[in-house]
Write a protein that binds this ligand. Structure first.
Ligand SMILES: NC(=O)c1ccc[n+]([C@@H]2O[C@H](COP(=O)([O-])OP(=O)(O)OC[C@H]3O[C@@H](n4cnc5c(N)ncnc54)[C@H](O)[C@@H]3O)[C@@H](O)[C@H]2O)c1
Length: 257
């Protein structure tokens, strides 16, 4: 292994849901380590502005591309554009996701399906589209953003579709790792605990979050998006060259209790 095995100089990366929150923070960490980065999102205004900032701040090429992770044709088009502009695709982060807090007995089939479509089928679509390119070019690293909710059930809020989707992402990660190791493609997951993003920001201010979420987190605080940077660079780089099918839980200790 080389001296700076964490270096991503010259690598080409793409991050779904990269316009804000954890996706953007991971894109920043990849750019800081030297990678060219494409942000794929449905919010093009934010996506474009953040891609420009990445380019200015880290001096790497950055792209903003519209792609809904539920749409195979949009994802194929976006990844083809990344390959055309960057010449290849080394790192693909399946990050886009949503959460709905609805009681199981009251959830409509449409509400269930929306979460599964984005969080689980979206990760399959992203992995398949990226995986095909990586098979052609001889390897790559796919990083799926699951959640501690794929291993435990959050309390007190009801979110069965989210929990099931994230458990699915963890097992899909292992399945793809098994199928694609022979192509030199590594597939790993990162499972965050409660992180401070638009998804959680308002709720984190409530007594409920203090009484449940933070009391049940040994470190007693939510994570910051930048605290996933080390993990994503590690999984994207040669530093993790013998790691595949793993699920890195980064949760301030939530899952130990
Ligand atoms: N915030 C947390 O506490 C937390 C904890 C564990 C896991 N996660 C996971 O991390 C990921 C990112 O979460 P976040 O907190 O940054 O969320 P966020 O809501 O701040 O950002 C999500 C991004 O995904 C984009 N997006 C939504 N639907 C999309 C679609 N169909 N196609 C493409 N892009 C789409 C949004 O436009 C947005 O830019 C999600 O998968 C989430 O489940 C978050």
């Amino acid at each position: 292994m080389g001296e700076n095995s964490f270096c991503l100089d010259g690598k080409a990366a793409a991050v779904t849901g990269g316009a804000q929150g954890l996706g953007l923070a991971m894109a920043q960490a990849l750019a800081q380590a030297g990678a060219k980065v494409a942000l794929l999102d449905i919010d093009m205004e934010k996506c474009q502005a953040e891609a420009e900032k990445l380019q200015a701040e880290y001096g790497v090429e950055a792209l903003a591309l519209r792609a809904d992770v539920r749409k195979l044709d949009e994802m194929e088009k976006a990844v083809a554009e990344v390959v055309e502009r960057f010449g290849k695709l080394d790192i693909f982060v399946n990050n886009a996701g949503i959460c709905r807090n609805i009681k199981a007995e009251e959830m409509t089939l449409e509400e269930w399906q929306e979460v599964i479509d984005i969080n689980l089928t979206g990760v399959f679509i992203g992995s398949q589209v990226a995986g095909k390119r990586m098979i052609e070019q001889g390897g790559g690293s796919i990083i799926n953003i699951a959640s501690m909710s794929g291993s435990i059930v959050n309390v007190p809020q009801p979110q069965c579709s989210y929990n099931a989707s994230k458990a699915g992402v963890i097992h899909l990660t292992k399945s793809l790792a098994s199928e694609w190791a022979k192509y030199n493609i590594r597939v790993n997951a990162i499972s965050p605990g409660y992180m401070k993003t638009a998804m959680t920001e308002k709720t984190l201010e409530t007594d409920m979050a203090k009484d449940w979420w933070l009391r049940l987190t040994p470190m007693g605080r939510p994570g910051l998006p930048c605290e996933l940077g080390g993990a994503v660079v590690y999984l994207a780089s040669d530093a993790s060259s013998f790691m595949t099918g793993a699920d890195l839980i980064i949760d301030g200790g939530y899952t130990v209790w």
